[in-house]
Design a protein around this ligand. Structure first.
Ligand SMILES: [Ca+2]
Ligand SMILES: [Ca+2]
Length: 234
């Protein structure tokens, strides 16, 4: 537990403003409105968002949110960073396998929208410039953390997406495609947004949106993995 606390502090120390080109939030400050600054996403209202105890990982704080029958709920924050080489990770958990649909928008012209959908079949979708790429998902368990990773692999000329189960790092789904947009010369990313319209609680933690990961961030990510395994083993 002590190591988890130290790692959480390290992560918090690396939280800098999105204007510096990095967006990080582990919600350990217990406040979803600041550090970084979040506001209700457009077309959303109400108080169905909060920071709460992690339902399955003691000593951890997470962002919890849910929609209503008539509207989306979610948060939005300003970002100013280049598209080329962007790297997005977050951890996501659904309280109900029958009722989930997180949507993560990396905004600006050339928008990337990342969704897990369960309307007609369960799918992992990445929509780029209005064109949707998707892959089928097996059933999502209740209360099981997944790690979602979407990034611009500049060398390969691809947008890649992967989902791993956090508990054992097993690969859940992956897809890749050649981007329609020239991200190298594109105007910067301006916003990050996460919303849902589902009425069951959904959870998000360890949001990280960066230009190509820095050595420091990779180091912290590695420490987190070590710390988590230590924590699970302990
Ligand atoms: Ca956390
Ligand atoms: Ca905060």
């Amino acid at each position: 537990m002590q190591r988890l606390s130290v790692l959480a502090t390290l992560f918090s120390l690396l939280i800098v403003s999105a204007a510096d080109g990095v967006l990080l939030d582990d919600f350990e400050d217990g406040n979803y409105t600041s550090n970084p600054t979040w506001s209700f996403a457009p077309y959303t209202s109400g108080s169905q968002v909060l920071v709460t105890d992690d339902p399955v990982r003691p000593g951890n704080h997470v962002h919890a949110y849910r929609g209503t029958v008539d509207g989306h709920r979610g948060l939005d924050t300003s970002v100013d960073m280049p598209w080329a080489g962007f790297d997005f990770t977050t951890e996501y958990m659904a309280s109900s396998a029958a009722d989930f649909n997180p949507r993560f928008n990396i905004d600006g012209d050339g928008q990337i929208r990342i969704e897990l959908r369960n309307y007609h079949s369960m799918q992992f979708q990445i929509t780029e410039a209005g064109v949707t790429h998707s892959v089928s998902l097996a059933d999502i368990p209740d209360n099981d953390w997944w790690s979602i990773h979407v990034w611009h692999a500049q060398g390969a000329g691809l947008i890649r997406g992967e989902i791993h189960r956090v508990a054992d790092n097993s690969l859940v789904a992956s897809l890749s495609f050649e981007p329609l947009v020239d991200y190298v010369s594109h105007a910067p990313i301006s916003h990050f947004r996460m919303v849902t319209q589902e009425t069951q609680w959904q959870y998000v933690d360890n949001i990280c949106l960066t230009p190509e990961p820095s050595t420091a961030l990779l180091l912290v990510a590695g420490l987190f993995i070590v710390g988590r395994r230590h924590h699970v083993a302990g």
